[in-house]
Design a protein around this ligand. Structure first.
Ligand code: C2E
Ligand code: MG
Ligand code: MG
Ligand code: MG
Length: 279
């Protein structure tokens, strides 16, 4: 029998422990079908400037509209897709959808702000990744930016530096996702042409609960700004966190305080209100 890729062993699929194996196969088979049947959707979460309170960016987040289980989040299927290689076609599909949406929003208020797309390490290091990306953004890169986690950058420093150089040449901005969790070598950050650090939400949730939390945020902001890199805080849920982050010099924030990820049509409605959201 074919072995199950490690990433496909899933908590949520082991409700009956004895049946875990069957559920893993089900997830894998389901993912293959999802690609064929186009069951994936992109939802969008706004990113907010902490000084002006205005939306200054969007992050595209993948959702699987499962025929029986409803909306399934990426945490439940991305590791499996990475383990069995499906992440490559899925990731390519995401880029295609995102760039299509960017083109659709062109000329509307949403077309004025950049949209970040998450990349898997597998995808990022694919030999033909740049060719694929070129194909999607032919006719102008529009507002596309990319996110890659700190741990992916750190696993192959040389390869990552070359790839980032290629992206820089193409004019596609890059954010380091989950910053602070990946044991980064700060020395290498200097050599990486990145545009933004996304401070991991674990640090944001510590604000007000531990004395070190403020110091860590301040240190990341100082590091980023010294290197000319913008700092965005992830997982901002309360007004007091937003105020504190602003006071500590963070440039932008993203989190449930402002909005949850939502389908394109909901985002259009949210955005049309054009509220000024100063924390
Ligand atoms: P991420 O890129 O770090 O995305 C942020 C995650 O935090 C999202 O979870 C978002 O819904 C959640 N979040 C946002 N604000 C808050 C908040 O205030 N509080 C809390 N508790 N959570 C918040 P989501 O959408 O479930 O995505 C999880 C991860 O899946 C992402 O983490 C990213 O690593 C990955 N992912 C999502 N879409 C894609 C994709 O298209 N391709 C790849 N390769 N990975 C993706
Ligand atoms: Mg991200
Ligand atoms: Mg993140
Ligand atoms: Mg994260």
């Amino acid at each position: 029998a074919r072995s199950i890729p490690r990433g496909c062993r899933y908590r949520t699929y082991t409700t009956a422990m004895g049946d875990a194996h069957g559920r893993q196969r089900e997830l894998e088979a389901g993912l293959e079908r999802a690609v064929e049947r186009d069951e994936f959707e992109l939802w969008y979460q706004p990113q907010v400037d902490l000084r002006t309170g205005r939306a200054v960016g969007l992050e595209a987040l993948l959702r699987w509209r499962h025929p029986e289980r409803g909306i399934v989040g990426p945490g439940e299927f991305i590791p499996c897709a990475e383990a069995n290689g499906l992440i490559v076609p899925v990731g390519d599909h995401v880029l295609s959808r995102a760039t299509e949406q960017i083109r659709q929003w062109r000329g509307t208020p949403l077309g004025r702000i950049p949209m970040a797309v998450n990349l898997s390490g597998v995808q990022f290091h694919q030999a033909d990744f740049i060719d694929h990306l070129q194909a999607h953004i032919s006719g102008g890169r529009g507002q596309l930016k990319l996110e890659i986690t700190e741990s992916v950058l750190m696993t192959d420093l040389g390869g990552a530096a070359r790839r980032l150089g290629e992206l820089r040449e193409m004019g596609v901005p890059l954010s380091v996702d989950d910053f602070g969790t990946g044991y980064s070598s700060l020395a290498y950050l200097r050599r990486f042409p990145v545009d933004e650090l996304k401070l991991d939400r674990s640090f944001v949730s510590e604000l007000g609960h531990s004395e070190e939390a403020d110091a860590i945020v301040e240190a990341v902001v100082a590091l980023g700004h010294t290197l000319g890199i913008r700092v965005l805080a992830e997982g901002v849920e309360t007004e007091s966190q937003a105020r504190r982050l602003a006071r500590l010099g963070c440039d932008a924030g993203q989190g449930f305080l402002w909005a949850r990820p939502m389908p394109a049509s909901d985002l259009e409605a949210w955005f049309a209100e054009e509220r000024v959201r100063i924390p």
